[in-house]
Write a new protein. Structure first.
Length: 205
């Protein structure tokens, strides 16, 4: 289900136009959403440090300086000029003088765990945490993050269900386009979700 948290616009001297951020847990569909927005015509803030591979055939859309947010290094945001991917654990380190529109990807926890297992297996990096412990950590983190997001006056948030997006992208793509409030090619956005790449499905009753 799509859930939207909208607040009256808050203008600041540093940034009149909100920065578009794609966020969520790792393996929740953030790279796919970045690809969708890029196909729709929005520039992506990314670099070539991490190339596309079997785990992310469309690319990771990462930007190395994002990892320095927790160290207070965020000057690049002023001139970012595009959509940026920020994992949920780093959202709290985004500087408060800017306004943000956050597209937050949600996905079945079981699918995220399965996807992570496959990625770690391919890299010969066995997980040191059990699925039960990891699921509990994820759920606790998501609850705390959503609580925090709901109280940020400089952040508007759109929650997008990855599982629904993969099943029927039309409604979600239109909602994303309306949320960001910029001209985008919705038809090209709809072309990105690919059933062939949906390889870690949660069991359905």
């Amino acid at each position: 289900m799509l859930r939207k948290i909208l607040r009256p616009p808050t203008h600041t001297k540093a940034q009149d136009r909100p920065i578009i951020v794609v966020s969520g847990l790792p393996r929740s569909g953030t790279s796919m959403m970045m690809k969708m927005l890029a196909e729709g015509g929005l520039p992506a803030v990314t670099d070539s440090t991490r190339n596309a591979d079997e785990d992310n055939p469309n690319g990771y859309f990462e930007f190395e300086p994002v990892k320095k947010l927790a160290e207070g290094q965020s000057e690049w945001l002023v001139d970012a000029g595009g959509t940026v991917k920020v994992i949920s654990a780093l959202l709290e380190h985004l500087p408060s003088q800017h306004r943000y529109k956050v597209i937050f990807m949600e996905r079945e926890i079981g699918e995220i765990l399965a996807s992570q297992h496959k990625m770690l297996s391919r890299r010969s990096e066995p997980s040191k945490t059990s699925d039960g412990e990891m699921e509990a950590q994820f759920r606790q983190h998501l609850a705390a993050t959503k609580y925090w997001l709901a109280r940020q006056p400089n952040m508007d948030v759109l929650y997008v269900d990855y599982n629904r997006l993969m099943a029927d992208p039309a409604a979600d793509c239109q909602a994303v386009a309306e949320f960001i409030g910029l001209p985008v090619d919705v038809a090209r956005m709809r072309s990105v979700p690919n059933e062939r790449l949906y390889r870690n499905r949660a069991g359905r009753a």
